[in-house]
Every structure is written in C-alpha cells, then in structure tokens.
Design a protein around this ligand. Structure first.
Ligand SMILES: Cc1cc2nc3c(=O)[nH]c(=O)nc-3n(C[C@H](O)[C@H](O)[C@H](O)COP(=O)(O)OP(=O)(O)OC[C@H]3O[C@@H](n4cnc5c(N)ncnc54)[C@H](O)[C@@H]3O)c2cc1C
Length: 373
C-alpha cells in the first residue's frame, strides 16, 4: 500500500508533528500541495504517489538515514554525531563579520564555495518579506548571502527553496543550509528509494547549524516580542542566545534580555521532541557553543564537508584553529547535545503516556538514546 498524503495528515500533520519545512510541497510531482499558515494543504486531487510521505523528515528512520550518510551509526560515545575534525573559526571578511551571527563561518564558507565554482547556488534563510520571518532564499552571489547572514529564530519552509534553486535558478550543485530538522529532510530525500532525484541529487553539500529550539513566529515574535514587550520587529538589529539569555538588540535603544528557560513555554511539539542539537546528519555543522564569543565551532563530518572547508580555508576566507585549543571546546557541545536528548526523551515519554503515536523519526532513535543518556 502506498502511504500518501492522507497518511501524512494522520501521522504527522494532524497530531501536530509537522515541521513546516515544505519538503512534501517541494516534492509533490503533481503540484497539488501548498503551505497554508505554514502547514501543507491539499489544493487538488491527490494521486497517491507516496512522494510526500517518503520525503517527510518526520517519517524517516533517523538511524537508517545516518547509516546512508556515514555507512554506520554513531556509537554511544559519539553524542554530537559522527565527525572527522573540529575547529574554532571566524570569517576574515569585515563585511561578513558585521552582519553574521557568530563567527560568520557559514556565510564565508558559502561565499568561497561560490567563488571557487564548487556550487552554483546556496539555499539559505533570509527575511525578505517580514522582519525576522524566515523564508528560503536562493543565493547565487556574495551579496545575496550577506543579506541572509544572521539567525532568524523560527523555522521556515526551507525545502521550497531547494525546489526553486533547481527549477527556477537551474542550479545543479546546491549548498543547503539548515537546522538539524531541515538537514534531516534533505538527507531523507537523498536516501529514500522513492524520491524526487532532481532535487535530492542537486544538493552537493549540507551545512547544518546547531539548534536547541526554534521559536514560533506568530506565537513568540508577534505576540510576545511585539505584542507584550512592545518592540517593533523592524527595529531589531539582532536576536541572540548567549549564556542562558535571549538578547534583543535594538537600533539606538538599550538591549532587552529574557531568560532562555522562560522561552520553553512557547516552543512547539516538533521542536520539543527533536533530539538533534549539532545537525548530526550534515556534511559540516556550525554553531556558537564551544568557541569564544565571535567565533564559530565547526565539525567537519564527511569527505565533501572536509573538502569544502579546506577549500574555504585555503582561499583565505577563514581564520581556523583546532577546537581543542580553545575553551570551552567540544565538551560544551556534548553537554548541550545530551541536554537536548534528555529533554526530548522526557517529552517523548509524555506523548507516549498520553497514547499519542509518534513519528518514525522519533521512535527510531528514542530507544537508542535512552541507552546513551
Ligand atoms: C532556531 C535556531 C536556534 C539556534 N540555537 C543555537 C544554540 O542553541 N547554540 C548554538 O551554538 N547555535 C545555535 N544556533 C546557530 C547559530 O545561531 C548560528 O546560526 C551559527 O552559529 C552560525 O553562525 P555564523 O555566524 O557562522 O552564521 P552566519 O554567517 O551569520 O550565517 C547564518 C546562516 O544561517 C542560516 N539561517 C539563519 N536563520 C535560519 C533559520 N531560521 N533556519 C535555517 N537557517 C537559518 C542563514 O541562511 C545563514 O546562511 C541556532 C540557530 C537557529 C536558526
């Protein structure tokens, strides 16, 4: 029996596990799916081809996908996933450093990959329409990349950007930048036996960013930041999470801070059950934790990740030190990874106790992680 959109509604969308990544929409060969208020919606006749179900990151068997990427599963000790080398790094370009979130490694890496003709374009996340509302952007120039530097703390429909990169921009070699769940979506596409190969095969490199949790745009940014705190989102220069504080930097005004713990109430179920902090399935993972302020922690995980990072380094785009030479180093990344796994397991336990069947992505790893944590 083909598992089609009806199954996706029953198992993922209906129970509230949909990530809104847009992978099903991007891969529907009949173009009858659309995102309405961030959720996939049928706009025509479903041909029951099963493509949407088989691309959804929530129906993926995480361990199976991990084996597809690395040829094996992470061992008990590999709590930040499988990786080759770890670095603390920073962009050398002053223009990138003023716009980036941490060390600007993601933007500098992509700019170097474009310049060296390693990729034709990059699917990144900008906020072209509404302030801080994440939307996929196909970047084909350094200027495009610069406009998308910096973190938007909500999830966007990034996979529709991959469709645009391939179908509209005719990119055959794409860098895809995403949070752990979004990288899982692309890896699911690349490992599925039923896949839209024109999209999956176009992804040359997956750059994953670290992520504890995302904050829903309407619920948090509109209602809390704008509504309750009275901060116009258009006046915000940067949002950041550092040392347990969510910091709001406003242009010409004092910064505002909220305790990160207080944000948990706004986090939705797909984030609460997510156990992947360090984008374990990426070719290269980048985050702030582990490195000094203003630097990025980089984990190169696969041969293509190593090659791309070396290319950017040798092009002079990055200042690079081994992560073991800086404080707090890899132990801090491990601590956050374990914390995220523990919290996900608690939430999974709560969901199971209420009789709620869980998506395959969660089921497949929860028993393994129970063992590890
Ligand atoms: C929701 C969220 C939570 C995070 N939590 C943590 C954390 O707890 N600890 C930690 O160390 N790091 C976290 N990060 C990652 C961190 O904020 C930086 O993205 C990372 O350190 C890279 O910094 P950079 O200066 O190299 O990136 P930059 O050069 O500034 O580039 C940032 C890149 O991130 C992409 N991006 C921005 N917003 C989004 C988004 N919403 N979805 C997908 N891609 C996006 C852009 O496309 C851009 O290419 C989080 C990121 C997100 C989106």
């Amino acid at each position: 029996m083909v598992e089609a959109f009806g199954h996706l509604i029953k198992i993922v969308i209906g129970p509230g596990f949909c990530l809104g990544c847009g992978t099903c929409v991007a891969s529907c060969p009949f173009s009858v799916l659309e995102l309405v208020d961030g959720k996939p919606t049928l706009k025509g006749r479903c041909e029951a081809c099963g493509m949407c179900f088989n691309q959804c990151p929530q129906t993926a068997d995480f361990k199976e996908v991990e084996r597809h990427v690395f040829g094996r599963n992470a061992t008990e000790g590999e709590v930040v996933g499988i990786y080759e080398r770890s670095f603390s790094s920073k962009a050398r370009d002053a223009g990138i450093l003023v716009r980036c979130q941490d060390g600007g490694v993601v933007t500098a890496l992509l700019a170097a990959l474009l310049e060296k003709d390693f990729i034709d374009g990059a699917v990144v996340t900008g906020a072209p329409d509404l302030p801080w509302f994440p939307k996929p952007v196909v970047a084909t120039t350094r200027e495009d990349l610069l406009k998308c530097a910096g973190t938007k703390y909500s999830r966007g429909a990034i996979s529709t950007g991959l469709r645009d990169a391939v179908d509209l921009y005719k990119c055959g070699r794409v860098a895809f930048v995403g949070m752990p769940c979004q990288i899982r979506a692309v890896r699911r596409m690349k490992s599925s036996t039923l896949a839209v190969y024109r999209l999956a095969d176009a992804v040359r490199i997956c750059v994953g960013i670290f992520c504890v949790e995302a904050l829903p745009y309407e619920v948090f940014f509109k209602k809390v930041v704008e509504g309750q705190l009275g901060i116009n989102l258009a006046d915000v220069a940067k949002f950041d999470i550092k040392h347990g504080k969510f910091v709001i930097y406003r242009r010409g005004e004092p910064k505002r801070e909220l305790d990160v713990g207080a944000l948990r109430q706004f986090v939705d179920t797909p984030c609460k059950i997510c156990f992947d902090f360090a984008s374990d399935l990426a070719d290269i993972s980048v985050g702030a934790v582990g490195s000094p302020l203003g630097y990025s922690t980089v984990l190169t995980r696969t041969p293509i990740g190593e090659e791309a990072f070396e290319l950017a380094k040798s092009a002079g785009a990055l200042e690079v030190r081994p992560l073991k030479d800086v404080k707090p180093g890899i132990e801090a990344v491990k601590r956050l990874s374990l914390k995220k796994m523990r919290e996900a397991l608690e939430e999974i336990g709560r969901q199971q106790a209420s009789g709620q069947p869980l998506p395959v992505a969660v089921e497949s790893v929860s028993s393994a992680f129970k063992h590890e944590t």
